[in-house]
Write a protein that binds this ligand. Structure first.
Ligand code: C2E
Ligand code: MG
Ligand code: MG
Length: 722
């Protein structure tokens, strides 16, 4: 056997596929007549297995290959319904784990498998039906021929017609244009539970089922009127005992020589078993096994239908619901209890919206969605969301556990013409995120402007890693100047993104994103190393300046296990002495994520680098606490400094801010800390801060952040402040 092709990379397990195909072969041979040898069957089923695996990995995904596999099973004469039943079930139960272990539990893969199950069943059923029709047509042709000959009074062919008619396993019936049954064979009568005699007393019209698809009766009428020569439909009949039989019905019109309709020949086959299997499979493919709710596939199918309506004014609303903290419940109380909770929630949601006629579906995990089709507007959708939140938040009792659950809901509502199904769901997802961010247990309504901002933000995030690889980041340096002497003692490294389309972007637009995504660790390391190299270059050219470079460390970066080694290596590889590097951490970064001071703080200090608290005063630092930390400098946050501008026409000074700065400086000095004032914008501020004994200042007054070359020029010019 040649190697199993696996287009999606290494994920298709070859031995798994072979095992799966072998198992499939055994089942197929056990469950029905198979005209092929075991080896031949296994070879075919291995091809199918691989084909299904390829379909599962393909982008974009389509269930069509599964339909073809279903169809091929019929071509290969594997036509027994139990074969289909087994094949569909195994696809759902074992396929992922055996053949694509790497994907086994991924939601997306599970949804795809459900779609493949549906495709397989549909392909199988359709091929079986087509084959049945082909057989029927052969019978119909010979019956017609025979009947024609009867009509021409060729008595000898009567026997031939009778033989076909009586012996056929297919039900064959002949009715007059008035609908009266002229003749049926045994198979027809048995299918409907009558005797042949009884059947002859019946009018075709009485066999029509009230729930037959619309148009069926009309189709028959048109046939009688000679508008068509044949019709094929799936329809159900009542048996004599009142039970229902599903049939495949093919009716042909037989005409007089002059073309006038004469009578109809109907051929029916009992497809109840296949129909029910198909229904069951369809139900399985479209419902969530745990909660019984419609699943994601059915939801998107229904949503797609809503978007097909031609009325662009019609409104469509979606409430996208996610349980709050469900993972914690699952982790702490076990998955079994988690599952039971989901069942309760699903039932409540179904109950609270069922009366309003909205579709509730489980999208996967703890996500549910309610479709508010043809509502009156946002108020309708909000009312549904509120009812859903109320239903979820009633206490849940499972065994002895009383659980309090809440959920968050993202609501979108708009005219069908204003959007597409996928845009609508994307918006609902975004809005759900807002509801979570605003504190959970609440709903939020989509706001297109905010959505656009979010999109711009996420586009920026998506571009960050590549920008780092392409070297699109640059450092600017802002002087930190001695308030007493005016000399430049240090520079703060401030990162900028030289974006190819958006131009120079400031850190406020991307540092937060980089922190959220964790990319700050890489970006920060680049900043650190670049700053050390620049500082070392200045030291070599201007050794007497002893210029310190101050680098911001984000919380996530400071908390990263490799931070001490990274700093040590940046120093070693650039050659910069440790005491010329200062690291700025915010109060929250110093406290670390565990609520205790960062462990690496002492190890960083031990390297000999200086540590500064950035934006001091904006956090909750306990000053007494600082005494125990190896901190060297406090950078007073801008707002304090702003309060002592004093540059108005009457040089007013907010004395409260001045007193605070005074107290902070005294305290800092008592703790032997340097104080740097940030955002010094005027000479008057610089003057006041010097009077308050602040040590250094930084801000537009002393020079804005500028490219490294400007710092070099300034050092060359004597390093005197503005
Ligand atoms: P920060 O560390 O507090 O940096 C000082 C900010 O104040 C800088 O903004 C600077 O341009 C600005 N500034 C300078 N002079 C004045 C002034 O006279 N008045 C006022 N109001 N502001 C002034 P920038 O460069 O936009 O940086 C903003 C923040 O981004 C920084 O605040 C820092 O938290 C962060 N950041 C910048 N570069 C990095 C970096 O490499 N790594 C990390 N983790 N964060 C960085
Ligand atoms: Mg800073
Ligand atoms: Mg700052």
């Amino acid at each position: 056997m040649a190697a199993v092709p696996h287009p999606g990379g290494e994920e298709v397990s070859r031995s798994g596929a072979q095992r799966y195909a072998a198992e499939w072969t055994r089942a197929v041979r056990r469950l029905g007549f198979v005209p092929l040898s075991a080896a031949e069957t296994e070879r075919l089923l291995l091809l199918h297995t691989v084909r299904l695996a390829q379909a599962l990995l393909a982008e974009p995904f389509s269930a069509r290959p599964a339909e073809e596999v279903g169809r091929t099973l019929i071509d290969e004469h594997l036509t027994e319904p139990p074969v289909l039943d087994w094949s569909v079930r195994a696809l759902g139960e074992d396929f992922l784990a055996q053949v694509l272990p790497a994907r086994a539990h991924r939601d997306e893969a599970v949804h795809r498998v459900a779609a493949l199950q549906g495709g397989l069943a549909a392909g199988f059923a359709r091929a079986l039906r087509d084959r049945t029709f082909a057989q029927q047509e052969r019978i119909a042709r010979s019956a017609w021929q025979a009947r024609d000959e009867v009509e021409q009074a060729l008595r000898d062919s009567e026997a031939r017609f009778r033989a076909v008619f009586t012996g056929a396993a297919t039900g064959i019936g002949i009715a007059g244009i008035d609908g009266r049954i002229i003749e049926v064979n045994q198979a027809f009568a048995e299918m409907l539970g009558y005797s042949v005699e009884e059947m002859r007393q019946i009018n075709v019209a009485s066999l029509f089922h009230p729930d037959d698809a619309a148009g069926m009766w009309e189709l028959y009428q048109e046939l009688l009127e000679g508008k068509h020569d044949s019709a094929r439909v799936e329809k159900r009949y009542y048996r004599k005992d009142g039970s229902v039989v599903w049939t495949d019905l093919a009716v042909s019109l037989i005409r007089h020589d002059d073309g006038r309709p004469r009578f109809t020949v109907a051929m029916i086959e009992d497809i109840t078993e296949r129909y029910e299997l198909q229904q069951r499979l369809r139900f399985q493919a479209l419902h969530d096994p745990l909660t019984g709710l419609p699943n994601r596939t059915l939801f998107f199918e229904t949503l797609g239908q809503v978007f097909e309506v031609s009325d662009a004014e019609r409104r469509v609303g979606v409430c996208f619901l996610d349980l709050d903290g469900f993972k914690a419940i699952n982790d702490s109380l076990g998955h079994d209890l988690g599952d039971r909770l989901l069942i309760v929630i699903a039932r409540r949601l179904a109950e609270c919206v069922a009366g309003r006629g909205h579709l509730v579906a489980r999208m996967g995990g703890d996500e549910f969605v309610i479709l508010v089709d043809d509502g009156e507007g946002i108020d309708d959708a909000v009312a549904v969301a509120e009812a859903a939140l109320a239903a979820v938040s009633a206490p849940v009792r499972i065994d002895d556990q009383q659980l309090a659950v809440s959920a968050s809901i993202g609501i979108v509502d708009c005219p069908v013409g204003a959007t597409s199904a996928s845009e609508l769901m994307k918006a609902a997802d975004t809005t759900l995120y807002w509801a979570k961010a605003e504190g959970r247990g609440r709903w939020a309504v989509y706001d297109p402007e905010r959505g656009a901002r979010d999109i711009a933000r996420s586009a920026l995030v998506a571009g960050l890693p590549a920008a780092l690889d392409r070297g699109e980041f640059v450092l600017h340096y802002q002087p930190i100047v001695s308030l007493l002497e005016g000399s430049m003692l240090a520079v703060e490294a401030l990162v900028r993104w030289q974006h190819p389309e958006l131009g120079l972007i400031g850190p406020d637009r991307f540092i937060g994103l980089a922190e959220e995504t964790g990319l700050i660790v890489r970006l920060g390391e680049w900043v650190l190393r670049q700053a050390c190299r620049d500082a070392e270059a200045w030291r070599r050219e201007f050794p007497d300046a002893r210029l310190v470079v101050s680098v911001n460390l984000a919380a996530r970066q400071a908390d990263h296990p490799g931070i001490v080694e990274t700093v040590a290596d940046a120093l070693a590889s650039s050659g910069l002495p440790a005491d010329l590097l200062q690291l700025e951490l915010t109060e929250s970064a110093v406290m670390g994520s565990a609520g205790e001071p960062l462990r690496s703080l002492h190890r960083l200090a031990a390297l000999g680098v200086r540590l500064a608290i950035d934006d001091f005063g904006t956090g909750y630092s306990n000053l007494a606490y600082l005494r125990r930390l190896p901190i060297h400098c406090l950078k007073l946050a801008g707002p304090f400094v702003e309060g002592i501008r004093g540059d108005g026409p009457d040089a007013t000074v907010d004395h409260r801010d001045e007193r605070i700065v005074d107290a902070l400086v005294r305290l800092a000095h008592a703790l032997e800390l340097w104080v740097t004032a940030e955002a010094v914008e005027t000479g008057m501020q610089a003057e006041r801060l010097r009077a308050l004994r602040c040590d250094t200042g930084q801000g537009r007054f002393f020079g804005p952040p500028a490219p490294a070359a400007e710092i070099t020029a300034r050092l060359g010019g004597g390093g005197v402040a503005a």
